[in-house]
Design a protein around this ligand. Structure first.
Ligand SMILES: C[S@@+](CC[C@H](N)C(=O)[O-])C[C@H]1O[C@@H](n2cnc3c(N)ncnc32)[C@H](O)[C@@H]1O
Length: 214
């Protein structure tokens, strides 16, 4: 496994833990994984009993998501922009992991947010994770991400850092100096620690946000 794959595996470990903490496992509803990529998260949720629709604009990603047989309860949709092929007010949760910057590259962010809002039932939730990095900063500061959702009909329930994009622990991961079980321990430790860091800190971090449809 190369440096990039180890880094990406670690990123997914932290993100999965962070999302799991916010899910209500007693109420397994309908989830849209918007910008699902290769479907790694959609698959995990479907295995836990959620009904998940993975949506992506990139056919290549969806093809790789289909390479491993999708579990029961998981479907994949190639999205070509405009109105999502999902009934209004039918969805309990929209996941958007690493998607905001991609949306800023491709088209109006507001268009996507208003589609999330249309599909969500009243008081349905959006869980998003976004990384404060140079490509995002070309468009907006990380703290403007929750503002965008608040401006488009969502109430902020949570917004906190979950991991740093550069620190000694990540260097150990990248150089392959940690066995897998220590990687997940490090991910847990990092998640518990980062959320206590002040939002104003200058370190570049990924954030988790939870928003409720008003
Ligand atoms: C950085 S990747 C994240 C993928 C996945 N969520 C993950 O965590 O690995 C961003 C994804 O958003 C998708 N995307 C970009 N614009 C989109 C749009 N308008 N609608 C749906 N998906 C979009 C891209 O094709 C890509 O798969």
């Amino acid at each position: 496994m190369g440096k990039r794959s180890r880094r990406s595996l670690y990123r997914r470990l932290v993100e999965e833990l962070a999302i799991w903490e916010r899910l209500d496992l007693s109420q397994k509803g309908i989830v849209v994984d918007y910008g699902c990529g290769d479907g790694w998260l959609a698959r995990k949720l479907a295995i836990q009993g959620f009904r998940v629709v993975g949506v992506d604009v990139d056919k290549g990603f969806l093809d790789s998501a289909r390479k491993i047989l999708p579990p029961e309860g998981m479907s994949l949709v190639l999205y070509q922009g405009g109105v999502l092929p999902i009934k209004a007010e039918s969805v309990d949760l929209v996941l958007a992991v690493g998607v905001v910057r991609s949306l800023l590259d491709r088209g109006p962010l507001e268009g996507a947010i208003s589609e999330w809002r249309r599909c969500l039932r009243p008081r349905g939730r959006v869980l998003l994770i976004e990384t404060d990095n140079t490509p995002l900063r070309r468009y907006m500061g990380i703290q403007q991400v929750p503002e965008a959702l608040e401006n488009w009909g969502f109430r902020k329930l949570a917004w906190y850092p979950i991991r740093r994009t550069s620190w000694w622990g990540l260097r150990l991961v990248k150089w392959g100096l940690l066995p897998p079980h220590l990687m997940s321990l490090l991910a847990r430790w990092e998640l518990s620690r980062r959320r206590l860091e002040p939002v104003q800190s200058k370190a570049k971090r990924a954030y988790l946000g939870e928003f409720e449809r008003k």
